[in-house]
Design a protein around this ligand. Structure first.
Ligand SMILES: Nc1ncnc2c1ncn2[C@@H]1O[C@H](COP(=O)(O)OP(=O)(O)O)[C@@H](O)[C@H]1O
Ligand SMILES: [Mg+2]
Length: 282
């Protein structure tokens, strides 16, 4: 097989990136540039870039799972199938979570049940320990069920006790998701020593380097008087933030945004942190 090509010999992927809605404020944070009468205009994509493989990272309890669930439900309710690889939350629990989240989103769960295809890796040692076995199963599911999107929550579980393998394992999954034209969000966990607001996760920066982009969710406990007056929040409260750290497929907002998790478990991205600090409407 030929190993080098002139640009003119390369068959390009679709040259127009569209937005794949997540059902969250992230959809307004990726955009495309249009030139109108000599001026540059940012037009929101209305979703994450199509065919992107994105890494979603953060310390525990920052809302990563809630966000990918909201993405999966949003896609499924629009009729697009989602492959959901669950490595931590067993399928029977995931079912309950998705059902209650669908209710909160006011979408008909019965109608979308067929559109979410689950591979439960939690109890399956072969799938968890052997990337090839998992990829074969995923390939079969993607082809058979014709899924357009994939969620892996989390990819960290696939190299739990072999972090030096992170880079090669993530690379295999990334290439696979690209080849199968999936728009994907993979969740990766942080180790306790890793700064909450950085792209670093278990396996170091391996995941962030390989994927098309990284989104970071974080939370800050308001502990002292200084923080309390700076953020104008009572001591003991939690400030949640989300940021697109980088994306090679589409221009994006680079601000840190604040968000709430509603009591029903929905991600509600509200305003840039800078605006919040300056006294934006609460
Ligand atoms: N209805 C809800 N269902 C689930 N989590 C909720 C709900 N309401 C609020 N939460 C908050 O969201 C957090 C769960 O976030 P999750 O997505 O599981 O975190 P991560 O996957 O980043 O560890 C919980 O710790 C809780 O504080
Ligand atoms: Mg989680």
């Amino acid at each position: 097989m030929k190993k080098y090509y002139e640009l003119s010999e390369i068959k390009p992927e679709s040259d127009r990136i569209t937005g794949i809605p997540t059902g969250t404020g992230l959809d307004q944070m990726f955009y495309r540039i249009e030139f109108v009468n000599g001026t540059v205009k940012k037009v929101p994509l209305g979703g994450v870039p199509s065919y992107a493989v994105l890494n979603l990272t953060g310390i525990p309890d920052t809302g990563k799972s809630l966000l990918v669930e909201q993405f999966a439900l949003t896609q499924a309710s629009s009729g697009y199938k989602v492959l959901y690889v669950t490595t931590e939350n067993p399928a029977s629990f995931l079912y309950v979570t998705l059902k209650s989240r669908a209710e909160a989103m006011d979408i008909d769960f019965k109608k979308l049940e067929k559109n979410i295809v689950v591979i439960d890796v939690t109890e399956d040692e072969e799938l968890r320990e052997n990337p090839k076995a998992l990829i074969d199963t995923m390939a079969y599911a993607i082809k058979e069920k014709k899924t357009k999107n994939t969620v892996i929550d989390s990819i960290t579980a696939l190299y739990e006790h072999k972090e030096m393998m992170a880079r090669s394992i993530v690379r295999v999954f990334f290439n696979f998701l690209k080849k199968f034209h999936q728009t994907a969000i993979v969740v990766s966990q942080k180790r306790s020593s890793q700064a909450g607001e950085s792209a670093e996760a278990a396996g170091g920066l391996a995941v962030a380097h390989i994927v098309d982009g990284t989104i970071i969710m974080d939370k800050r406990l308001i502990e002292n008087k200084w923080e309390s007056s700076y953020y104008r929040l009572p001591p003991g409260s939690i400030l949640r933030t989300i940021r697109i750290d980088g994306c090679r497929l589409a221009p994006h907002d680079t601000n840190t945004w604040i968000f709430d998790i509603t009591p029903e478990g929905l991600i509600d991205i509200r305003m840039p942190l800078s605006k919040f600090i300056q006294g934006g409407e609460r």
